[in-house]
Design a protein around this ligand. Sequence first.
Ligand code: AMP
Length: 397
Amino acid sequence: MKDSVLVVNSGSSSIKYQLVDPAAGVAIASGLVERIGEPDGRITQRHGDREGEHRGAIADHAEGLRLAFAMFTEAGLDLHRAGIAAVGHRVVHGGEVFYRPTVITDEVLAEIARLSSLAPLHNPANVIGIVGAMRELPNVPHVAVFDTAFFHTLPAPARTYAIDAEVARAHGVRRYGFHGTSHEYVSGQVAQFLGRDPGELNQIVLHLGNGASASAIAGGVAVDTSMGLTPLEGLVMGTRSGDIDPGIVMHLRRSADLDIDALDELLNRRSGLKGLSGVNDFRELRRLIDSGDESATLAYDVYIHRLRKYIGAYLVTLGRVDTITFTAGVGENAADVRADALAGLEGLGIEVDPARNGAKEHVARVISTDASRVTVLVVPTDEELAIARASAALVGV
Ligand code: AMP
């Protein structure tokens, strides 16, 4: 238990947490606090083969963490005495200030709060989670690991939006990129799995979960990514539109009389697969497609079309691509998405092997043919482990 890291991922009404042994790369315990602030709050957690559940109102994040800690103590795991080396917090937006894991001081916390203007849905929740966890574990270093950090290397042409430069500067408008912890972790795993030096590899990583993003990585350094100022840009996602003509926003503001909050809700929560088909989960989408639902089929086709567009763009950005890797819920599980994303690209040296692609294994694996010039892989992501390792490294464990 000594030298373990508690990883906390705090959302607006939920907290996901995991106690990780970073050296062994295993989760010792994990849990989820849900529906904070509502009458029907819920905590579910697991420690080894023991599972626990709490139901009832949870006033705020601090109470959620307090209850979660008490449940662990009941299950024989006293986190106050467990020798936790650090608490690692996932923080969504690091702005231009934070580009590496950072020990959280009062000043750092204030800066993360200040960056809320760039991530109004995420950073305030992260701050509340940090404050709650610091109250529970005041004598342990707390570390912020930023979702944007891996992309601080984006070259100017990739990070710059072609709008009035003064306006952009005054309001911090640039491409920041998100899911960085996952893109960094997965690209590192690819190099390790292939026994190659990350500095030699040009990689495309496709993180396809409920949120989805693509990245182009040259020699271990991120050179482009599909998410932008916010996690709304780029690929079609479960409930987010990804790329749209910005003129749509003005058009709907004027002709549908939607205010900014309604537009925000439309594009973040009622668009993407859900907006087109009514469902945001790929398994449900597949069931609808199989039952002959035309809007589900269109949603799938739009999803694949956008994905292929980004793959094409990054093939050109990188010039030479060694690996294309699928990760996260959809990327790791949906063989049809992987096959369709790369279909017909034999002329570009990309050839997926149907049998390898169809195998249901949850480990890093190659799914391209032996003849394929580009190696195509599936690599499970593990953001919690990446955060735990980054936090442990920072505090010298
Ligand atoms: P994530 O955000 O990485 O947890 O991914 C969540 C998404 O992965 C879900 O919304 C599903 O759409 C998708 N997913 C999970 N399991 C499967 C599966 N077996 N087949 C297809 N999609 C899946």
